[in-house]
Design a protein around this ligand. Structure first.
Ligand SMILES: Cc1cc2nc3c(=O)[nH]c(=O)nc-3n(C[C@H](O)[C@H](O)[C@H](O)COP(=O)(O)OP(=O)(O)OC[C@H]3O[C@@H](n4cnc5c(N)ncnc54)[C@H](O)[C@@H]3O)c2cc1C
Length: 368
């Protein structure tokens, strides 16, 4: 039986987005109930690639680029804090990141795009284009067909499973976490939201929907629209190899333990998390074109997971006009944005004042 049923805030969804927000709200001294569906749920948070990635994100939406950059700036301190909570290293490293170019045209196009971003992103945006010779000095194992790369010093990576575990550990004792709790109905009477659970109703004046793909069904109940849909990504990981890659690249990264992760596809296949040989093959071939030595490595695991995609790929943060106190948060970069969700977004929700830059992420942009 639940000991306390009235809270300052209810957060629905215990993935990376909901957990980071619940953690941030508890740091603002709010009492929080975190309600999460359970093991059968689709959980991008447990199947992602682990990049804390800035490079190229937000071309055409400078607010997204700035928000991503802000999160990357917050990450070192955020990781330090979570390392302390977990009592082990969550594996966050920020050596910068590389995106390889396979033709001169691709190299030029990337340079043009990043230059455009440098000029339009408020607060600055650093990158360098690296030609073949210099890349070969940096990465002696690089494949012969790679003509160069873009490098961004704001990029990094982390062990995403440790990140989620650390967030869940950090909220212990602060947040009432209920796994295996699917929320189907939310009501609001006299400024209080009620979420029905098998253990009885949970109430709070504030509600944050962070249920990933589940937000689509829940949001209309509080006057919000969240047009998210699944986009599958498959990932492969090799046996442990001697370290040869110190910095993450957009499709290949070597984890602390030595395994090489290769990612990731973008497949519109509905709610299907299975893996397929043809996609695994194309992911492996791309990785081998970057690093030919990977052709000799044994794969130990492949998996599929569903991205939580909005129509334009940018996050949705919204608050309800018809149901004041109800918020929604969803994105397809929940690892990258975990720091800014725990800090800026949670603080803004706690104070009921979303800053202007967050206001740009309302789903109303899709109604134009
Ligand atoms: C292949 C792949 C690679 C990726 N790589 C990266 C990367 O390198 N860097 C990066 O930043 N991001 C990456 N992402 C994206 C990142 O994983 C997601 O943005 C993030 O996990 C989304 O977190 P979330 O909490 O919104 O969603 P989820 O992880 O899907 O969690 C949603 C939670 O809501 C719960 N829920 C749903 N419906 C209900 C309901 N009705 N009642 C109660 N609970 C409910 C579920 O139980 C689930 O735990 C990747 C994603 C994929 C699929």
């Amino acid at each position: 039986m639940r000991s306390q049923k009235n809270y300052d805030a209810i957060v629905v969804g215990g993935g990376l987005v909901g957990s980071a927000i619940a953690y941030g709200l508890s740091r603002q001294n709010l009492s929080v109930a975190l309600l999460d569906e359970g093991d059968l749920a689709f959980r991008a948070s447990r199947g992602n690639f682990g990049l804390v990635w800035v490079q190229s994100k937000g071309d055409g939406m400078p607010q997204y680029a700035q928000w991503t950059r802000r999160s990357a700036d917050l990450w070192p301190e955020f990781a330090e804090e979570l390392n302390g909570v977990l009592g082990l290293d969550i594996g966050y490293r920020k050596p910068g990141g590389l995106a390889f170019c396979m033709s001169d045209q691709e190299f030029e196009d990337k340079q043009t795009m990043l230059e455009r971003m440098r000029q339009t992103v408020p607060g600055g945006y650093d990158f360098q284009m690296i030609g073949r010779n210099r890349l070969k000095e940096m990465l002696p194992e690089i494949g012969g067909k790679v003509v160069g790369a873009s490098y961004c010093p704001h990029d990094g990576h982390v062990n995403p499973l440790y990140l989620l575990r650390a967030l869940h550990k950090a909220i212990q004792g602060q947040v009432d976490y209920s796994p295996n709790t699917t929320i189907n109905r939310i009501e609001r009477h006299e400024n209080i939201f009620t979420a029905e659970t098998v253990e009885g109703p949970v109430r709070a004046p504030k509600l944050v929907l962070a249920a990933g793909l589940g937000n689509r069904e829940l949001a209309p109940q509080v006057g919000l629209q969240v047009p998210v849909s699944p986009l599958r990504g498959q990932i492969l990981i090799t046996e442990r190899l001697k370290h040869f890659l110190d910095m993450p690249t957009i499709y290949v990264r070597q984890v602390e333990e030595g395994g090489v992760m290769m990612g990731d596809s973008h497949e519109d296949v509905g709610f299907d998390t299975s893996t397929t040989v043809d996609i695994s093959r194309s992911i492996a071939q791309r990785a081998i074109s970057y690093f030919p030595k990977l052709a000799d490595a044994n794969l130990v695991r492949t998996w599929g997971a569903l991205r939580v995609m909005t129509p334009d790929g940018h996050p949705i943060y919204d608050q309800s006009d018809s149901h004041p106190g109800a918020y929604v948060a969803t994105c397809h970069s929940g690892v990258t944005l975990a720091a800014v969700h725990a800090r800026d977004l949670a603080t803004a929700i706690a104070r009921d004042s979303l800053p202007d830059e967050v206001g740009k992420f309302t789903a109303e942009r899709f109604n134009v």
